[in-house]
Ligand binder design. Structure first.
Ligand SMILES: *Cc1c(COP(=O)(O)O)cnc(C)c1O
Length: 386
């Protein structure tokens, strides 16, 4: 039965495979016996391998064990969890914060906590799969507006019956396009129509804004949006997610949010690692400076070569290809030339918009970026994309 289904996927170039790296994530990795330049990781600041972050994980693991042993509400809340939540609240300038095992879980939990059957959710067409799954789980009706299209969203909002609970949900920085949601305008629409605005800042946290507080800081609207969600597994180099917001919201979630209640607490080492990463982000802005320098270098090079990029304004620099098989072929050529950047295909992106998702980090050297650009040029020529 599954062989048939797998064959159908393969016919559409949509089968996926796991590639095991033989090294830690970093600017270069060991893969199948070779050293290749990695342009695929979301560890934008290189904190997954930062000595302070690793040491914090080791110390917490030594003191509190490899696992928390229970859910947070039973007996799984340990000092690394409480300390991380306090540090996140301080960082985000909110009264409180709550952590989750992952961003996927956080969205599955938070959206049904905010809106239920009878409510109405508006989602950007390109928002992350976990937001859509959270919306489905909530039982609320879902309306999808065209990517970043405020006029479309407004026309949908105008058509709603008065008195219905409304939630607008969006990525702050879109994971597969690298562009930003128009958050100030979305906040204005939310205020006008009495809707709640839910911003998932998985990719913005640590990256966007002068202090790395994310897309809300970037737009200067932190005090207009009372709570926001972000993750700990991307720029923070660990794993997990958080919501930062008012104390009553956090208390309500502790008592009702099922993906918080019915899952084992994050490992103490991973909470301590995220906390240490947060400290580095606040104390060492040079990593963000290097990240943006590298982003500029790679963007200029890819543009000069003539690739078609998305409207990215971030370290996510997707090269638009179109069909899934062409994207796969390009990615394979890149790997042959020493660069790992994956083909992203449906259902992760809409049909006909398969792409190579290229990401750069603070840890790449200018020489590595130049080497990578050489590989892009040769792969582009051999697949007739250039
Ligand atoms: C990666 C991502 C998630 C999922 O977060 P995990 O911690 O990896 O589960 C959620 N939302 C967005 C926008 C993401 O990019």
């Amino acid at each position: 039965m599954f062989q048939n289904r797998l064959r159908q996927l393969a016919d559409r170039s949509l089968t996926r495979h796991l590639h095991t790296l033989d090294s830690a994530t970093g600017p270069t990795i060991q893969l199948a016996g070779r050293t290749v330049i990695l342009l695929a990781s979301n560890d934008y600041l290189g904190l997954a391998t930062h000595p302070d972050v690793i040491q914090a994980a080791i110390r917490a693991t030594t003191q509190y064990g490899a696992g928390a042993g229970a859910s947070r509400l039973v007996c799984g809340t340990l000092p690394p969890h409480a300390e991380l939540e306090q540090a996140l609240a301080d960082f985000k300038h909110t009264p409180a914060a709550l952590i989750f095992g992952s961003g996927y879980l956080a969205n599955l939990g938070l959206i049904p906590s905010l809106v239920a059957r009878g409510g109405l959710i508006f989602a950007d067409r390109l928002c992350h799969a976990s937001l859509i799954d959270g919306a489905r789980l909530s039982g609320a009706d879902l309306r999808v507006y065209r990517h970043r299209d405020l006029n479309h969203l407004e026309s949908l909002l105008k058509r709603t019956r008065a008195g219905r609970p409304l939630l607008i949900m969006t990525d702050g920085l879109f994971s597969m396009d690298g562009d930003l949601a128009p958050l100030p305008e979305l906040a204005t629409l939310a205020e006008r129509f009495g809707a709640t605005l839910y911003v998932d800042d998985a990719h913005g946290t640590g990256v966007m804004g002068p202090s790395g507080r994310g897309t809300l800081e970037h737009f200067g609207i932190e005090d207009r949006i009372p709570f926001h969600m972000g993750t700990l597994g991307k720029a923070l180099g660990s794993s997990g997610a958080y919501i930062a917001g008012p104390t009553d919201l956090i208390q309500y979630l502790v008592s009702t949010c099922r993906p918080f209640m019915f899952t084992t607490a994050p490992a103490p080492g991973s909470a301590a690692a995220a906390h240490a990463a947060l400290t580095v982000i606040q104390q060492d802005p040079s990593r963000r400076t290097r990240l943006w320098r590298n982003r500029k270098h790679l963007f200029a090079g890819l543009t000069r070569l003539g690739f078609r990029l998305t409207e990215s304004v971030s370290p996510i620099l997707p090269i638009l290809i179109g069909e899934a098989d062409n994207a796969l072929a390009f990615s394979q050529q890149l790997l042959a030339h020493g660069v790992y950047a994956p083909a992203i295909r449906p259902p992760t992106v809409p049909d006909g918009s398969s792409r190579i998702r290229v990401t750069v980090t603070a840890e790449h050297s200018p020489e590595q970026i130049d080497l990578a650009l050489g590989a892009f040029e040769r792969a582009g020529q051999s697949t007739r994309l250039l």
